[in-house]
Design a protein around this ligand. Structure first.
Ligand code: AMP
Length: 472
């Protein structure tokens, strides 16, 4: 951190919030926090290009709680909400909700989270009392609205988190429907890993004279991630992965596969090789996913094999290794995947196992990240089917804002987390229900590794106990 970096105490946050931040062991705001917090407190609309790992969640949560708590005597009516945070997935919704509970623990505000795939009745019951902050995925929020379980007449702030992902998942119509239900006078915050033309088009009808913040160049991969790939025959990928894990003694590896079936098969292979592994994907029950993630965070499981949607928003302290067992069809997913490592100032490795028929995906990824990924040869695994050359990097086209497309992504239905992926080959995905997975045990391992500065930051696990006043 430079000597001029502000301190949390200089950003206009109240004592209860500073105390909660202090409890997390953070003393220096991340760049996005330093910019976003004062702007949001001043009531400005904000448009921020920030990937997960930049501290963006606290970047909007802290000033939001500041704003809501500074207005004394506001009573939230039955079924009303004062602030709405929309997220693309259940996983992220639960994680944001945990952050609100963590940072709001010394405030007398109430928040709750709603998403699909679980019973709606308990959510309706909680909303009956009114909440200060509602975190929601779009489909379930509309269901609740249609059943008169939620009202927006008291709404003051709208936050779209990971807006790019919401558009990828085909939520644009739902988002527009929701925006149309909100009072015109409100503060709007839009967070997105990338500012695509579609995001800019969405922003046009949403934010008013926004402060634009960008903490990462568009679509750039996190600076501190060492990326490389190795060309490999498809059928030898499991053996290559096992070799890499054993050879390098990797203790914590997040592996991405394209399909749920692939994730299961690979997990079985790794287990047969004597490694501890678990899979998380949409066909796994919520309980199984929570358990697998907790065991991984705690170090009881060495390899977590995940599909893209299941892994979305996973926040793991000091995750050192990410492996792309399959390249993603959507090149931006590569950026999201490798954003799982080198979070908040730490370093990490992202390795891709690329077979000959993934060359198109590789070209697209290298175009999006505007760089060639270093190729390493593994002597023992030289492929029979050679991987073609990378192409020269063409500059990204200047993006003209264009009209939002009409449900271009072939959304199958409303349920959160269920969508048809877009990309070269459209590929249908099943729901990827998930919930935040903070565990007491991960708190333990977090503590051991925590340090105080942002650069060396370590996150103390969210203190999201249900008794927290900011959570009902
Ligand atoms: P996010 O980008 O919101 O997903 O946050 C990434 C990680 O950084 C989370 O583990 C946060 O708890 C952590 N974090 C957020 N703000 C800070 C900070 N100022 N200093 C250190 N770590 C932070």
């Amino acid at each position: 951190m430079s000597a001029t970096a502000p301190k949390f105490t200089e950003l206009g946050l109240s004592e209860p919030l500073l105390k909660a931040v202090g409890d997390q062991g953070y003393d220096t705001p991340s760049p996005i926090q330093a910019q976003a917090i004062p702007a949001v407190i001043s009531g400005k609309d904000v448009m921020a290009a920030a990937q997960t790992g930049t501290g963006k969640t606290a970047g909007f949560t802290l000033p939001l709680l500041q704003r809501l708590s500074s207005q004394k005597g506001v009573k939230v009516g039955a079924n009303n909400v004062r602030a709405l945070v929309l997220t693309p997935t259940r996983e992220l919704a639960a994680q944001v909700s945990d952050s609100i509970a963590t940072y709001g623990k010394y405030l007398n505000l109430h928040s709750t989270v709603v998403f699909g795939g679980v019973k709606i009745n308990p959510q309706m019951m909680r909303l009956r009392q009114g909440v200060d902050v509602l975190v929601a995925t779009p489909g379930r929020l509309l269901d609740l609205y249609n059943q008169n379980a939620v009202k927006f007449s008291q709404l003051e702030v709208l936050i779209l988190d990971e807006a790019d992902r919401m558009l990828d998942m085909g939520f644009i119509r739902d988002i527009k429907k929701i925006i149309a239900l909100l009072p015109a006078k409100r503060q709007n915050l839009l967070f997105s890993a990338t500012f695509s033309a579609d995001i800019r088009a969405l922003a046009k009808g949403l934010v008013h004279k926004p402060l634009e913040i960008s903490v990462n160049p568009e679509n750039s991969t996190a600076d501190k991630v060492t990326q490389w790939l190795t060309a490999v025959d498809k059928k030898r990928k499991p053996a290559v992965l096992t070799h890499l894990i054993k050879e390098n003694n990797w203790q914590q590896v997040l592996v991405f596969t394209k399909t749920k079936h692939g994730a299961n098969k690979l997990t079985r292979h790794l287990e047969a090789e004597g490694l501890t592994a678990a899979a998380i994907h949409g066909n796994k029950s919520q309980g199984a996913r929570t358990k697998a993630l907790a065991a991984f965070k705690e170090g009881l499981v060495q390899v977590l094999v995940a599909t893209d949607i299941a892994a979305r928003g996973i926040d793991i302290d000091l995750l050192p290794n990410v492996v792309n067992f399959d390249l993603p069809n959507v090149p931006e997913d590569y950026v999201h995947r490798i954003g799982r490592t080198a979070r908040a100032g730490n370093t990490g490795h992202a390795v891709s196992l690329v077979c000959a028929d993934e060359l198109n995906q590789l070209w697209d990824i290298e175009h999006v990240i505007q760089q060639h990924i270093e190729r390493k040869v593994l002597e023992k695994f030289i492929p029979v089917n050679e991987l073609g050359e990378s192409r020269a990097i063409r500059p990204l086209k200047a993006k003209k804002p264009k009209k939002p497309k009409k449900a271009k992504t072939e959304k199958v239905e409303h349920k959160d987390g269920q969508h048809l992926n877009k990309g070269h080959k459209s590929q249908s995905k099943k729901p990827e229900a998930t919930k935040s997975n903070t565990s007491k045990s991960s708190e333990k391992s977090g503590k051991a590794r925590r340090s105080k500065s942002y650069a060396n930051k370590k996150k103390q696990t969210n203190n999201s106990s249900s008794s927290s006043p900011a959570k009902r």
